[in-house]
Design a protein around this ligand. Structure first.
Ligand SMILES: NC(=O)c1ccc[n+]([C@@H]2O[C@H](COP(=O)([O-])OP(=O)(O)OC[C@H]3O[C@@H](n4cnc5c(N)ncnc54)[C@H](O)[C@@H]3O)[C@@H](O)[C@H]2O)c1
Length: 305
C-alpha cells in the first residue's frame, strides 16, 4: 500500500514513518521547517521536499496514494497568538489543501493529527463528545481542519479520522516543556524559569504509544468520519515535571523562578486530561507511564540513547 505522511520528518511524523515503512511504501512530504533529515536516516521511505501550501505539488505526490496521515503543521500554540494568519495558513488552509489533493486523486483515508486543545477548558476526563471550544488560534485551526474533514467525508466519500492528541513526548522531541526545562537547566544549573505558577496539570503520552494508537485507529476506521482522543490516563503538574527533571539530571538547590498566573502563555490550557475510553473500547491502551515517558525523553536529550 502507498501511504503519504505529511510532516513525516518531524518529531511524531518520523516515528510514524519508521513504523509504517516496515509494511508499506511511504512517501514523506515535508518542507523541513521543523523536521530534520537525520530523523529519517535508515528509514526506508521516499522523501519529497514540499510545502502543504503548494496544491500542485500535493496533487503530484498523492497520485496512487491510498492513505494520507496529515501531520504537517506549525505546532507552536504560543506563536499562533502572535501570528494568527500565518498559523491559519499552515494549520487550517494547509489541511484543506491536503484534503483537496486527496479528493482529486481519490485517496481512500485521511488521518489527521488534531489536538486536545480543540476542547479548550473542558470538564475532565474530556470525552470526544465534549463541546469544541478552542481558546487559542492553533486550537481554532485544528477545529477548522476537523470541520473540513467532516464535510469532505460527507461530500466526497473520503474516510476521515481526527485523532486528538494529548501532549506527546519521547525521543526526537524538539519542542515543549521537557525540551525547554532540559535546555534551560543545561545552561543554568542554579535557576529554572517556569512559565505560570507550576500548578498547570496535564497528561503526556509517549510518542511510541501515540504512533501505535494512530495506526491502530486508522486500521479500524469504518465510519465516514470519526474522532478519537489519544492520550494517557495520568496527569502530572509542571512543578512535578521540574522536580523529576532536576532529580534525573542530578542537580540540587535549583531556584524555581515562576513567571506567575495559572497559565504559561495566552491560550494555554492549565488542566488537561483526555478520556481514552473510546480507543480502549476497541482494544488499544498505552504502554508507558508518564514518568517513564519523561525519563525516556530526557535520556534522548542527554544523548544517552
Ligand atoms: N507534539 C505534540 O504534543 C502534539 C500534540 C497534539 C497535536 N500534535 C500535532 O501532531 C503533528 C506533528 O507534531 P510534532 O510534534 O511532530 O511537530 P513537528 O514540528 O516536529 O512536526 C511537524 C512537521 O511538519 C513540517 N511542516 C511544517 N509546516 C509545513 C508546511 N507548510 N509544509 C510541509 N511541511 C510542514 C515540519 O517541517 C515538521 O517536520 C502536528 O500536526 C501537531 O499539531 C502534536
Amino acid at each position: 500500500m502507498k501511504i503519504l505522511v505529511t510532516g513525516g520528518a518531524g518529531f511524531i511524523g518520523s516515528h510514524l514513518t519508521e513504523k509504517l515503512s516496515k509494511k508499506h511504501d511511504v512517501i514523506v512530504f515535508d518542507n523541513f521547517s521543523g523536521g530534520k533529515k537525520e530523523f529519517l536516516e535508515g528509514i526506508k521511505c521516499e522523501i519529497v521536499k514540499g510545502d502543504i501550501l503548494d496544491l500542485e505539488k500535493l496533487k503530484e505526490v498523492t497520485k496512487d496514494v491510498e492513505i494520507i496521515y496529515h501531520l504537517a503543521a506549525d505546532p507552536d500554540v504560543r506563536k499562533s497568538y502572535y501570528e494568527p494568519i500565518q498559523n491559519f495558513e499552515i494549520d487550517a488552509r494547509g489541511t484543506l489543501n491536503v484534503l483537496e489533493a486527496a479528493r482529486i486523486n481519490n485517496v481512500k483515508k485521511f488521518i489527521f493529527s488534531s489536538s486536545s486543545v480543540v476542547y479548550g477548558n473542558a470538564e475532565m476526563p474530556t470525552s470526544e463528545n465534549a463541546p469544541i471550544r478552542p481558546i487559542s488560534n492553533y486550537g481554532a485551526a485544528k477545529a477548522s481542519s476537523e470541520n473540513y474533514m467532516m464535510s469532505y467525508s460527507n461530500l466526497y466519500g473520503i474516510k476521515c479520522l481526527a485523532l486528538r492528541y494529548a501532549n506527546i513526548i519521547g525521543p526526537k522531541l524538539t519542542h515543549g516543556i521537557i525540551f525547554d526545562f532540559y535546555n534551560k537547566l543545561k545552561n543554568n544549573k542554579n535557576e529554572l524559569e517556569i512559565l505560570g505558577d507550576g500548578t498547570q496539570k496535564k497528561s503526556y503520552l509517549h510518542v511510541k504509544d501515540c504512533v501505535s494508537a494512530t495506526i491502530f485507529a486508522a486500521e479500524k476506521i469504518n465510519k465516514k468520519f470519526d474522532v478519537f482522543n489519544v492520550g494517557s490516563e495520568e496527569q502530572i503538574s509542571v512543578k512535578e515535571i521540574a522536580d523529576l527533571i532536576v532529580k534525573e539530571m542530578g542537580l540540587q538547590d535549583i531556584n524555581y523562578k515562576f513567571t506567575g498566573g495559572n497559565t504559561g502563555w495566552p491560550g494555554d490550557i492549565p488542566k488537561m486530561l483526555l478520556s481514552i475510553e473510546k480507543l480502549k473500547s476497541i482494544g488499544w491502551k498505552p504502554t508507558y507511564n508518564i514518568r517513564e515517558s519523561i525519563i525516556d525523553t530526557l535520556n534522548y536529550l542527554r544523548g544517552v540513547q
